[in-house]
Ligand binder design. Structure first.
Ligand SMILES: [Zn+2]
Length: 429
């Protein structure tokens, strides 16, 4: 069983990249079935169009087979070349029109003249083409034929989830989305890192139960929450996996409550395990934390990402492609999430087995802790034990000691191995 990041994760990203995903439709199904091939425990589910989910209604299903725009100088754009060329959820069209009439259906970015923008119109029926601003400005008057071979009709919304049980039924939630077409950092980095984490988690003897959710953003998360409210009361901590594939510094977007277990774990990691990071406000939210943290749901869900969605120029354009995400970026994110999970797995409070300080010397703990820096390490062990009162978690102690909780895992293990502490049976979180 593969337990670490390897080049097959990069191949998975490449395989998923060309698929035209949207809120609904065969692109989402194709994506989820590839993810299920990687993680057979995944369950793929459908919710019928028209189903009411809280204040929303599951929309009609959109599928597209092809599209092109042709003008006096020949082919302008073709869906085959880049699926961003078509406005997501475009209704079908086959029309010949003058440039003036076509103009309102063309979308480009004046500020990024070489990028094709990603545009959608989920909740209002329209059709349109996206192209570079350079190309748009080069179009000359004349007759244009616009063809979009799509269907927009009742069907269903597709999503997937997967639950890996642990010793406790308290859950750690990871949620990511599968609704963007050929966009790499925002979107595919999330599902690809999720798959790598699932494969790794399957090899662990897990303390917690892990729930992974793959939904179309917003409507999918709302539908999932509507259908799983009871289960989600077990959530100890949750994370939205988004924008984890570029080389930018890590970013933290807190939960609405700001001080949940998810927030504490992320902040400790960022403060002690990476050189630099950015902190945002919950007011900067934009992904599915909007639903998970909303009043009435109020889950402890925070976001650890690299360059935050909306902040990098490549965002929602054809420049967010396989050149923008890097293997280093993805691997670094995967490693940090592994550390985060390890911290949560070891976070249960411990209780010392004897009153007063233990005598480390007779247990050879000074030597065991190595020659160089052994007194500092012994001091860390004694400091760790000083808070093992059955109430302070690993993260609590790490905060007291101003140390990385991840680095304290081995100290905790040493204390357990030498029976200096016992682990309480109850879920002490
Ligand atoms: Zn997006």
């Amino acid at each position: 069983m593969r337990t670490q990041w390897d080049s097959s994760q990069w191949s998975l990203l490449q395989e998923l990249f060309p698929i035209c995903r949207s809120l609904t439709g065969n692109g989402v199904r194709a994506t989820l079935s590839i993810l299920k091939r990687e993680v057979p425990e995944l369950t793929i589910r459908e919710i019928a169009s028209g189903t009411r989910v809280f204040d929303w209604t599951v929309p009609d299903e959109w599928n597209i087979r092809g599209a092109f725009l042709e003008g006096p100088d020949g082919k302008v754009v073709d869906f085959k070349d880049n699926n961003l060329h078509v406005v997501g959820y475009s209704e079908p069209v086959d029309a010949v029109l003058d440039l003036d009439a076509l103009w309102p259906h063309l979308y480009s970015l004046e500020s990024q003249p070489d990028a094709i923008p990603y545009v959608t119109s989920y909740y209002e029926r329209r059709w349109g083409f996206c192209l570079t601003h350079k190309q748009k400005m080069s179009l000359r008057p004349g007759k244009y034929r616009a063809v979009i071979d799509s269907t927009l009709q009742p069907g269903s919304l597709t999503y997937a989830d997967c639950v890996l049980p642990g010793k406790s039924d308290r859950e750690i939630l990871f949620s990511t989305y599968v609704c963007h077409p050929s966009l790499a950092n925002d979107n595919l980095s999330g599902p690809v890192v999720a798959v790598a984490l699932l494969k790794w988690l399957k090899t662990l003897n897990r303390q917690w139960t892990y729930r992974f959710v793959f939904v179309p953003e917003t409507i999918g998360a709302i539908a999932y929450l509507q259908q799983h409210q009871a289960l989600l009361t077990k959530t100890l901590a949750g994370f939205v996996l988004t924008c984890v594939g570029d080389d930018g510094p890590f970013s933290y977007l807190p939960s609405r409550a700001e001080n949940t277990l998810a927030d504490k774990a992320i902040l400790n990691l960022l403060q002690h395990e990476v050189d630099t990071f950015k902190t945002y406000s919950y007011l900067d939210r934009g992904s599915d934390e909007r639903q998970y943290c909303s009043p009435g749901i109020d889950l402890p869900v925070a976001t650890l990402m690299r360059s935050k969605y909306g902040t990098f120029p490549e965002y929602h354009t054809s420049l967010d492609n396989l050149n923008y995400v890097t293997e280093n970026g993805l691997t670094g994110s995967f490693s940090l999430f592994q550390k985060l999970i390890s911290v949560l797995e070891n976070n249960l409070p411990c209780q010392t087995t004897m009153p007063c300080e233990p005598q480390l010397g007779k247990r050879q703990l000074y030597n065991t802790l190595s020659q160089k820096g052994s007194s500092q390490r012994a001091r860390t062990l004694l400091n760790f034990l000083a808070y093992c009162d059955g109430h302070h978690t690993l993260l609590d102690i790490a905060q007291k000691l101003n140390l990385s909780a991840h680095s304290l895992i081995e100290v905790r293990q040493l204390a357990l191995d030498h029976s200096l502490v016992t682990r309480p049976f109850q879920n002490g979180l």
